[in-house]
Structure formats: structure tokens, C-alpha cells
Design a protein around this ligand. Structure first.
Ligand code: MLT
Length: 321
């Protein structure tokens, strides 16, 4: 009997290995759980290019927006775990969501196979050009005095744009009107049309509009200033260190995806993050590329675990205020 069991185990392992050798043998769907044009979509398309080139099959982005990225992430979690559906996730979908969605249809820690981290993207508080405050201290005074008149746009409850401004609002002690969209690209259409007052967005979103003078950046939510916007002071410099948001962006597959397939994807991502052309594309977003020691499934699994633990009490308290 023991020989029979060993033979089965061997054949399963071999088939997994054989599967990895032929993987991918057809196009792969890469779910981006937000509308086209935002930081998740732009980052996801860079990774789709990486995998298509490295693995010789088309990795095709499918934008599945809604519910702060949890609609697309649920789709990914429920996909057949064969390597032909993977997703881009981030601090919102794979760390903040459990605190914000009591009936979340997936567990970020147990319903996915982490593939690897890509980068972190620091958030900026960006306000429309004619919004009165010109710095964070003025914003705090103005927002407290006009709490019921102002509105903040975001990419859905659980998105990093939602989480970033939730940390800001919690630190200031305000609950302004929140206006949801399916991604930050549609938010920018509303911002530039003057329909919403401000948002907290990874730096790539505000950057061109700040440079063009069509919006104002009041603070960056990181420990030190950013080379793309060196004149924008940090929130900490302006007395609000609680506004600290530099979300991770990463790749995930549904739980049960064969390990050899995960290893091939993780290896391709790791190698690409050392390629100069790829690094330039990601750094031009204002993103910080994951250092070598933090790449691959294990560091991502550890980060998801620690970020869920860190964010859950903060977001639950902030949501109850
Ligand atoms: C978010 O979580 O705010 C997303 O990254 C927005 C987006 O990429 O559209």
C-alpha cells in the first residue's frame, strides 16, 4: 500500500512539475480590481508585460472594478487555481478590506497564493486648484470649519485612496462627504471638472496635474519628501504623522495554484524588478521597487499578515469615529 501511495504522490508532484514546465501553455488573465488608468491598472499592465515577455504567453489585463477592489479580488479568489487567473492586489484589497467589509467574501491570508511584491506607492493629499487651503495646517482648520460642506473622492471603500484619506480624517477628527468611484482615474475626471474637492492618491495620479498647476498637493504621506514633488512637505513635517500611507502593490493567485507555477511567476517578477527598463517604468510612477530580500511568496505572505494586524484596529476605530 505504501508503495502505491508513494507512486501517487510522485505522479502528482511530477504532474505539478510537468505543468510548471509547460506553464503557461495559453493566455493568462490578470485581474486588476479597479478601473483602467489608475495606479493599480498602470502597475498591473507593467506586470502583464513582464510576464508576457518572460513566459512567452499573453497575460491579458481584465479590469474588474467595484467595492474598493474587493469585487475583482473575490473573482480572483474563486478562480480555478491553475495559474491562468492571477490578480494585482494591494494594501487595500489584501490588508484593509477585512476591517472594512464584515462579510468580505475572501480572506487575504488564506484564499490566495502570494506571488510577490512589486513596489510601494506613496500617497499625496491633492486638492482642486481653487480649494482655499494651501498647506496641511490650513487644510485642517478649513476642513474642521467646513466638515459638512467639503467632499473627498476615492476608489471605493477599501481602496488605498479611501484608506489614505480615512487615516487623514481620523487624525483630524472630521467625517466629510465621501464620493466613491470605480478607480482613481475616474476620480481625476471629477477633480479636474471641479466636482470633488480632494483625494488621497498614490503620487503618480496627482504628479502631472500638480506640475501643470491644475491641482495643489498639500502633503505627502511618507517619512521623507519625494523627488518627484520635492517642494511638497510631508504630513509629519506639518504636524500630522498619522497621515502615513505608502501602500504596497503585489501579485496574487488563487489558493491551490500549483507551487511550481507560483515559483515560475515569482522568479519572472523577481528578475524583471532588476531590469533597468522595467525599473524605470515603475520608478517613473514615483513608486519604490521592492528590494531583493523582500521579493517572492514568503515576504509577501508575512507583509499581508502584519498589515492586516496593523490596519484592522486603526481602520475599525477610524470607521467608528
Ligand atoms: C486605490 O486603491 O485607490 C486604487 O489603486 C485606485 C486605482 O488604482 O484606481
Amino acid at each position: 500500500m505504501k508503495k502505491f501511495v508513494l507512486a501517487i504522490a510522485f505522479s502528482v508532484a511530477a504532474s505539478g512539475g510537468a505543468q510548471a514546465q509547460t506553464y503557461p501553455s495559453r493566455p493568462v488573465t490578470l485581474i486588476v480590481p479597479f478601473a483602467a488608468g489608475g495606479p493599480a491598472d498602470i502597475t498591473g499592465r507593467i506586470v502583464a508585460d513582464i510576464f508576457s515577455k518572460a513566459l512567452g504567453q499573453q497575460f491579458i489585463v481584465e479590469n474588474v472594478g467595484g467595492a474598493g477592489g474587493t469585487t475583482g479580488s473575490t473573482r480572483a479568489a474563486r478562480a480555478t487555481p491553475d495559474g491562468y487567473t492571477i490578480q494585482l492586489g494591494h494594501m487595500g484589497t489584501h490588508a484593509a478590506a477585512p476591517a472594512l467589509y464584515p462579510n468580505l467574501a475572501y480572506n487575504p491570508e488564506t484564499d490566495f497564493e502570494p506571488i510577490g511584491l512589486i513596489a510601494t506607492q506613496p500617497e499625496v493629499l491633492a486638492v482642486r486648484k481653487d480649494f482655499p487651503p494651501n498647506n496641511l495646517k490650513e487644510f485642517i482648520v478649513y476642513a474642521r470649519a467646513n466638515e459638512k460642506k467639503i467632499n473627498a473622492a476615492h476608489a471605493g471603500v477599501g481602496s488605498v485612496s479611501y484608506v489614505g484619506c480615512l487615516l487623514l480624517h481620523s487624525a483630524i477628527g472630521i467625517k466629510p462627504t465621501l464620493v466613491p468611484f470605480t478607480g482613481t482615474a475616474p476620480v481625476w475626471t471629477a477633480m479636474l471638472g471641479g466636482q470633488v474637492d480632494y483625494l488621497c492618491d498614490p503620487i503618480h495620479g496627482p504628479y502631472p496635474h500638480v506640475k501643470a498647476g491644475t491641482v495643489k498637493a498639500l502633503a505627502i504621506a511618507t517619512a521623507k519628501r519625494h523627488p518627484l514633488l520635492p517642494d511638497v512637505p510631508t504630513a509629519a513635517e506639518q504636524g500630522l504623522p498619522e497621515f502615513d500611507a505608502s501602500p504596497f502593490y503585489a501579485m496574487f493567485a488563487p489558493k491551490g495554484t500549483p507551487q511550481p507555477v507560483i515559483d515560475r511567476l515569482a522568479d519572472a517578477l523577481d528578475k524583471a524588478l532588476d531590469d533597468e527598463a522595467v525599473r524605470k517604468r515603475i520608478e517613473d510612477l514615483g513608486a519604490t521597487i521592492t528590494e531583493k530580500s523582500q521579493r517572492g511568496p514568503k515576504p509577501l505572505a508575512a507583509l499581508v499578515h502584519s498589515e492586516v494586524a496593523r490596519l484592522t484596529p486603526i481602520l475599525k476605530a477610524a470607521s467608528e469615529k
